[in-house]
Design a protein around this ligand. Structure first.
Ligand code: PLP
Length: 487
């Protein structure tokens, strides 16, 4: 039963409404976090099902928060794919956490736009502090400038823009790129395992997909430095200008680690900007025993890590580090008169370092996550995920007919079902059938990739509420699905 109540036509809802609907929303969240398995991880919906349940036109008259929350609970929540479900092992599994949720709520309440110091002094300074905390947690030296962005896709695009601006003689900021006979073809290098966001960033900057050179990988899926060197030299000989190389620490498909120190040396010798995409795995450097994964980053020009992936911070929160913020601001700073302030010379105005003017107050939730768990607590959770993944991989490896097809460095296991004597194409089809059968059950969600052209399942442990029991359950369901697919 929804209550009827007087809802004013001007001004905000009352704080009594806030308390009442806030209590109800918080209760829902509390239950959601304690009984996540109440929902299927993948919803049982076909395209258009949710839309059909929603009015096609907006309400003319105000509706009660009660009615709206009821629809959220009955229509929206069951139609979501539940990333916060502990059985979510797909893509790179991520999750929000209690301090992150509280931070997000407060950020919505204060609703500041962290664009100028003046528009949000504490937001700007907290962003400086918290990105510096994260830098220290990753074991990076002090000479990095950190800022938050919405996604790694944006962070990497900004890094590529900075790489281009690092060549001021090209005058791209002033003259653009189109119709210029004086401009060489600009080249960006990355591995064949790099995330698609790198190419997308190059597309957005007008570099062109043909000029994103995908360097082949070795048998561990790492960028081959000999091929990188050859590609750069061949392009220079052909009159092109190599501007940037993107190395990945934790590739999307298999979480491989490019040889950053060697790549950095090649970049240095050709004056190429090195950007490191550590969006997923970078936070693992918080663990002393994993710190090595960021070796060589000291010689990079920029780096991205995503707290919204594996640091229990609600989406969105990516952190971009650059060595030379002046180059980034040369690419993007454009200050109309109304945005000048008296403090400009003494402060960081984050709008100068990217495309956006208004920026979310992301630092708040990250600050709360780091404080509430502490560096040790974060490390323990990430370590636990790595251990769960290693145990899962060991089970797969010791089971006849199953193979782990990529090294397990972090929380990701990539594997397939390929019984002896079965043709590769049939094993592909079998593996795919098994994965879909598990996903259709609604308890566990897995995703897939292709490894050397062969179908493989990815199990990514990254959700703060995923335990050994969830991974064990995933394995049981996989074995059951395999048994019924082969019987
Ligand atoms: N880089 C890597 C290595 C990724 O795995 C991903 C996404 O999974 C991205 C970048 C893109 O992340 P975002 O969604 O933050 O743009």
């Amino acid at each position: 039963m929804t209550k009827t109540r007087h809802v004013p036509l001007t001004g905000d809802l009352s704080v009594d409404e806030l308390r009442e609907s806030g209590d109800r929303a918080l209760e829902w969240i509390a239950r959601y976090l304690t009984e996540p398995e109440r929902y299927r991880v993948l919803p049982n919906v076909a395209p258009g099902d949710v839309r059909k349940k929603l009015p096609a036109a907006p309400p003319r008259r105000p509706e009660t928060m009660d009615a709206i929350l009821t629809d959220f609970e009955d229509v929206i929540a069951p139609g979501l794919t539940h990333w916060n479900h502990p059985g979510f092992f797909g893509y790179f599994a991520t999750s929000s956490s209690v301090p992150g949720i509280v931070g997000e709520l407060l950020s919505a309440a204060v609703d500041v736009k962290a664009m100028l110091w003046k528009t949000s002094p504490a937001a700007t300074e907290l962003e400086q502090v918290v990105t510096d905390w994260l830098r220290q947690m990753l074991g990076l030296d002090a000479n990095w400038f950190g800022m938050t962005t919405d996604t790694a896709s944006m962070s990497s695009m900004l890094a590529l823009a900075a790489a281009r601006e690092a060549r001021p003689e090209l005058k791209i900021r002033e003259l653009g790129m189109a119709g210029r006979r004086d401009l060489p073809v600009l080249k960006v290098y990355t591995s064949e395992h790099a995330h698609s966001s790198i190419e997308k960033g190059a597309l957005a900057l007008g570099i062109g997909s043909a000029n994103v050179v995908k360097i082949g990988c070795d048998d561990q899926f790492r960028m081959r430095r000999d091929l990188l060197q050859e590609a750069i030299e061949a392009d220079i000989a052909a009159g092109a200008l190599p501007i940037a190389c993107v190395a990945t620490v934790g590739t999307t498909g298999v979480a491989s680690i490019d040889p950053v120190p060697e790549i950095a040396a090649i970049c240095k010798s050709h004056g190429v900007w090195l950007h490191v995409d550590a969006a997923y795995a970078g936070v693992a450097a918080i663990l002393p025993e994993k710190r090595e994964i960021l070796a060589g980053v000291s010689a990079a020009d920029s780096l991205v890590v995503n707290p919204h992936k594996w640091l229990f911070t609600p989406f969105d929160c990516s952190v971009l580090y650059v060595r030379r913020p002046d180059v980034l601001s040369r690419a993007f700073s454009l200050v109309p008169d109304y945005l000048t302030t008296r403090e400009d010379d003494n402060v960081v105005n984050y709008m100068d370092y990217g495309v956006q003017l208004g920026r979310k107050f992301r630092a708040l939730k990250l600050w709360m996550v780091i404080r509430a768990f502490g560096v040790d607590g974060l490390a323990t959770r990430i370590r636990d995920h790595c251990e769960i993944a290693a145990e899962f991989a060991a089970r797969v490896a010791e089971t006849v007919g199953w193979q782990v097809v990529a090294p397990v460095h972090f929380g990701l296991v990539v594997f397939r079902c390929a019984p002896a004597g079965m043709r590769d194409a049939d094993a592909d089809a079998l593996t795919e059938r098994i994965m879909h059968a598990v996903n259709e059950g609604g308890e566990i969600f897995l995703s897939h990739t292709k490894v050397r052209g062969r179908y493989a399942i990815r199990l990514s442990v990254g959700n703060i509420r995923s335990t050994r029991e969830h991974a064990t359950r995933a394995w049981t369901l996989l074995l059951e699905a395999a048994a019924s697919a082969t019987s």
